[in-house]
Write a protein that binds this ligand. Sequence first.
Ligand SMILES: Nc1ncnc2c1ncn2[C@@H]1O[C@H](COP(=O)(O)OP(=O)(O)OP(=O)(O)O)[C@@H](O)[C@H]1O
Length: 244
Amino acid sequence: MAPHAGSLNAVEVRRLTRRFGPTTILDDVDLDIAPGEFIALLGKSGSGKSTFLRALAGLDYEVAGTGSLAVPDRLSVVFQDARLLPWRNVIQNVTLGLSGARQQAGRKALAEVGLAGRETAWPIQLSGGEQQRVALARSLVREPALLLADEPFGALDALTRLKMHGLLRELCARHRPAVLLVTHDVDEAISLADRILVLDRGRFIEDLAVDLPGRRRHGDPRFDAIRSQLLSRLGVDADERNAA
Ligand SMILES: Nc1ncnc2c1ncn2[C@@H]1O[C@H](COP(=O)(O)OP(=O)(O)OP(=O)(O)O)[C@@H](O)[C@H]1O
């Protein structure tokens, strides 16, 4: 597995393969992600989205040697659950492992996610959405060149999820990390991403640029056309698409 070697891309994946026993989950996959590019990864349940993200995150040693994978050293990962340390307060969670000089950056990151003043709260005192904000602050404070997010809003209610979309959009516009967002939610993908991939039977079967300036919403014919195309690629038939 080569470290990132000064390429123009933030991520370069070549011929990556992952098998679990006899089953091939990733089959000779290639992908480039440009700096600052926001990619959403869709796919049916079990299609291998998390497996792909884990490989990029360096959490899967078994993929080593199956291809090449170049990712930036500065990468952060956000999961569906915030994974905060319950015995550390909010600011300690955000700045864990950082030098004293970066403590101030932790406060700034907390302010950016709307949690100024909550530094000394304990994780248990926060709502799920607030905990996820802390997880985002913990990622941001490390100034990642690549943010990997695995269903980060999957456990949140619809309203909180919409607010988190706005927040993530703002943070990405300001910090410009490359992003790979794994999601089940087609609307979330279209709302946030520059490019949407669909993973199916080990391959990317769709690679769609989302060129929708301004606010992205249902009812805009271009939004609805992309949605319909993606749902079709995900195996949702026309009747179900109209009902969705
Ligand atoms: N450690 C493992 N050992 C064996 N099989 C695994 C392992 N990890 C994942 N798998 C299998 O690989 C397939 C892909 O799993 P993965 O979690 O990547 O899918 P996913 O697309 O993220 O699914 P979901 O959307 O349901 O989260 C699944 O069939 C899963 O059971």
